[in-house]
Design a protein around this ligand. Structure first.
Ligand code: 5RP
Length: 219
């Protein structure tokens, strides 16, 4: 079975977490795109969605799903998003699509975070996928030096500007044994807007698409 089919399975399984007459927080990425397709089938039952990126906004609008402002709609009962890596404690690396800042804001403002992914995203130790870090442009070199001091190998994502007008450094060579500690430490580096580690606010449920069905980790 292809990874796309497994992503689709996970995305379809997330539909059952959507409650009638609520606003749903929506992440970014190929797995989420399958969720948006599924959600469009029941769009008459929800009030709308809060979007984590310009790309997701466009897709929601193309499916005639109302896009609402988090300030007006939050707090939200549910946030659905993908991940680049997940461990069994539902701590995640996110930001492969560069939308990590808005994703982290919506996750923080949501009661339940349902993460959807294909089974290959589950790892024992986070860090094989380079950790995305969103950085204010004038701080690029400073942040790069700070990350080097901590054993990371930061690489500037070429030809990429985030929806917030910032840069992404992808940090290689991290074996993330204490995700919450590293997230807090990187959060304290001046010039970092958002670290793509979701450990201080992990997912609540992980739905993994597999050839045998959907594996549920968490409640
Ligand atoms: C975007 C993300 C995505 O959730 C992550 O990159 C996974 O993407 P995909 O569903 O395409 O594998 O964090 O910023």
């Amino acid at each position: 079975m292809s990874s796309d089919e497994m992503k689709k399975r996970a995305a379809e399984a997330a539909l059952k977490y959507v409650e009638d007459n609520t606003v749903v927080g929506i992440g970014t990425g190929t797995t989420v795109n399958y969720f948006i397709e599924a959600l469009s089938r029941i769009k008459h039952r929800i009030e709308g969605a809060v979007s984590s990126s310009e790309a997701t906004t466009q897709r929601l609008k193309a499916h005639q799903i109302p896009v609402l402002d988090l300030n007006a709609a939050g707090p939200l009962p549910l946030y659905v998003d993908g991940a680049d890596e997940a461990n069994r404690y539902l701590q995640l690396i996110k930001g492969g699509g560069g939308a990590l800042t808005r994703e982290k804001i919506i996750a923080a403002a949501s009661d339940q975070f349902v993460c959807i992914a294909d089974q290959a995203k589950l790892v024992d130790v986070l860090g094989t996928f380079p950790l995305p870090v969103e950085v204010i442009p004038m701080a690029r070199s400073h942040v790069g030096r700070e990350l080097l001091k901590r054993g990371g190998q930061p690489v500037l994502r070429e030809n990429f500007i985030t929806d917030n007008g910032n840069l992404i450094l992808d940090v290689y060579n991290l074996q993330i044994l204490e995700p919450a500690k590293l997230e807090a430490e990187f959060n304290s580096i001046a010039g970092i807007v958002t670290v793509g580690l979701f450990a201080l606010r992990p997912a609540d449920v992980l739905l993994l698409g597999t050839p045998d069905g959907v594996r549920v980790i968490g409640v």
